[in-house]
Design a protein around this ligand. Structure first.
Ligand SMILES: [Fe+2]
Length: 408
């Protein structure tokens, strides 16, 4: 290496820009590792850090995906050495990307200066300034996107309403307001105060019946009792019926079911109850049947058990955490007036024109969200309250739902 080249490299390395990036890399890698350790390994992070931790996680998310793929095990996220590797490489890549973009924009600016030397000086200066600032503008835009997807949209809860006509609905239940709350995912990503707010908002809709379609808890048993207690105000105020989701099974299905039952939620996995009047639930057949099936991924799905002994003329709601159940042949042997599901979170990201690129369903975007016609019944899929694997939402804000049953 020539002396001049070495001097130029040295002066670049010790420039304020490069030293700032190096300092930021060290600080952010340390911060990211520490926060990851607190939240996912010690499993003891405060709710007040939830959004910061989500942001740090998103910034190095490609690293976590790579760790899970190349690490040979799904649980790389719970390992300290993977946390160090992913955060160091992840923030290093962001810093390196910024420095490369910075160098490219400076060269392009110099090139623009050469080819536009015949144009007016002011236009030339404006263009070159914009070009040189492009990497910083990209950082600001990326930061804005990060704040929107991790802080603003996940907290922007919506109330979505639908009227659902049901043939043969007894006059007593005409106009019955069914509140659906699903996928609250109490755990490292979703705070108790946010779920409590969703429940408060739900009660403000003055429902006659509340249905909970699973995934109350996320990752581990620590949050089981709290996730169930958060539903208690609902169960105290209105008849409340629920089924389990796949994440409840991961945490411990018996404990989740027991905790919810203890707080007044009538659990109907492969079972049913009936609403004889607007205010009460009962074992006695008649009125409106509210049945449920087990989770498609972790439990048995048994429509015959769910509807055992229910007369064909009795209108039925079916709770199924996973909407793919709508496509099962076994379901076609039974009358279902409305199936209520969650699980998909609407894909959590929905892009204009494309829609949701990743929906956890065998049927693509068909059951991602909203009211959908299945082969044998209508299905309502709520995008849910919380978040699952990915700590962000874009174009799919959290929601609770009010479905008004009307006599067809
Ligand atoms: Fe979920």
């Amino acid at each position: 290496m020539s002396g001049e080249r070495f001097r130029s490299l040295t002066s670049w390395f010790f420039s304020r820009r490069v030293l700032t990036v190096l300092a930021a890399w060290v600080v952010l890698s340390g911060l990211g590792t520490w926060r990851h350790h607190k939240r996912w390994i010690e499993y003891n992070a405060s709710d007040s850090w939830t959004v910061v931790d989500s942001m740090l996680h998103v910034l190095v998310l490609p690293g976590w995906v790579a760790a899970k793929v190349t690490g040979g095990h799904y649980n790389a996220v719970y390992s300290l050495h993977w946390a160090i590797i992913v955060n160091t490489i992840g923030f290093g890549m962001i810093g390196a990307g910024y420095l490369v973009a910075s160098g490219v924009s400076r060269r392009l600016s110099a090139w623009l200066q050469e080819i536009t030397c015949t144009q007016s000086e002011s236009v030339d200066v404006d263009r070159r300034s914009l070009l040189r600032a492009a990497p910083e503008l990209a950082l600001v835009a990326g930061g804005g996107g990060l704040v929107y997807t991790t802080l603003i949209e996940p907290a922007w809860i919506h109330v979505r309403r639908h009227d659902v006509p049901i043939a043969g609905l007894p006059s007593e239940f005409d106009g019955l307001r069914v509140l659906q709350i699903t996928d609250t995912h109490r755990g490292p990503r979703v705070t108790a105060s946010f779920i409590a707010e969703a429940v408060r908002l739900g009660l403000a809709q003055e429902p006659d019946l509340a249905v909970l379609t699973g995934d109350y808890v996320h990752q581990g048993a620590k949050f089981i009792e709290e996730s169930a207690a958060l539903m208690a105000p609902l169960a105290r105020a209105v008849p409340t019926v629920g089924v389990l989701g796949n994440h409840d099974w991961y945490a411990g299905s018996r404990r989740v079911r027991g905790a919810l039952s203890a707080h007044g939620v009538w659990m109907v996995d492969n079972d049913r109850c009936f609403m004889q009047t607007r205010n009460t639930l009962s074992h006695d057949a008649g009125g409106l049947c509210i049945a449920g099936v087990g989770d498609l991924l972790e439990d048995d799905v048994e429509p015959s058990a769910a509807f055992a002994g229910v007369g064909r003329d009795v209108p039925r709601l079916l709770l199924s955490h996973n909407p793919d159940v709508a496509e099962m042949r076994e379901l076609r042997d039974h009358r279902v007036d409305l199936m209520l599901s969650g699980h998909t979170h609407g894909g959590q990201v929905s892009l204009p024109l494309i829609g949701a690129p990743g929906v956890p369903s065998r049927y693509g975007q068909k059951y991602s969200k909203g009211l959908v016609d299945g082969p044998s019944c209508r299905v309502h899929i709520s995008t849910g309250v919380g978040m699952s694997v990915a700590p962000f939402r874009f174009g799919v804000p959290p929601e609770i739902n009010v479905l008004t049953l009307v006599k067809a």
